[in-house]
Design a protein around this ligand. Structure first.
Ligand code: FES
Length: 147
């Protein structure tokens, strides 16, 4: 692993810790959704809160055909309207945190792995050979709880 990716992971972990601390008082930097189905910006982090039952995110923050990466090492996607999926954000190649969701895929920029937003499975040409860890996304009104 390169020094650069280690530094990036350290920063992301720090952001995750901050996100958990800030979540109870409000939110971390907001991540808007876009009509294109992609994250608002590569590397952008979604807003979530952590409750006793799991991480909570707003339905409106998860774009159709795309998804968001949460500060607490989770990815939430909406492959089709009303279908929500959740995965670990830890890449199964060498454990970098995935960096963005674009063109219907979850992308790890460390070595170029791409994962399907519906199944978490890596594309055939990805260095990662195992799917992202699956999590449960439960919708209740305007929020999604990930466990
Ligand atoms: S850690 Fe190598 S592609 Fe993600």
């Amino acid at each position: 692993m390169s020094h650069e990716s280690t530094d990036r992971r350290t920063v992301l972990r720090a952001a995750g810790v901050l996100g958990v601390g800030v979540a109870g008082a409000g939110s971390l930097a907001a991540c808007g959704s876009s009509a294109s189905g992609e994250s608002a910006a590569p590397g952008a982090r979604g807003t979530s809160a952590t409750s006793s039952t799991g991480s909570v995110v707003k339905v409106a923050d998860v774009p159709v055909g795309g998804g968001i990466i949460l500060a607490d090492e989770l990815v939430v996607t909406q492959p089709t309207p009303g279908m929500f999926k959740a995965f670990s954000a830890t890449c199964t190649h060498k454990q970098c945190t995935v960096s963005k969701v674009e063109s219907g895929q979850i992308v790890c920029s460390c070595h170029g792995s791409h994962f399907d937003i519906t199944t978490g499975a890596p594309t055939a040409e990805s260095p990662a050979k195992a799917p992202l860890g699956s999590r449960t996304a439960t919708v209740s009104g305007a929020t999604i709880t990930i466990t």
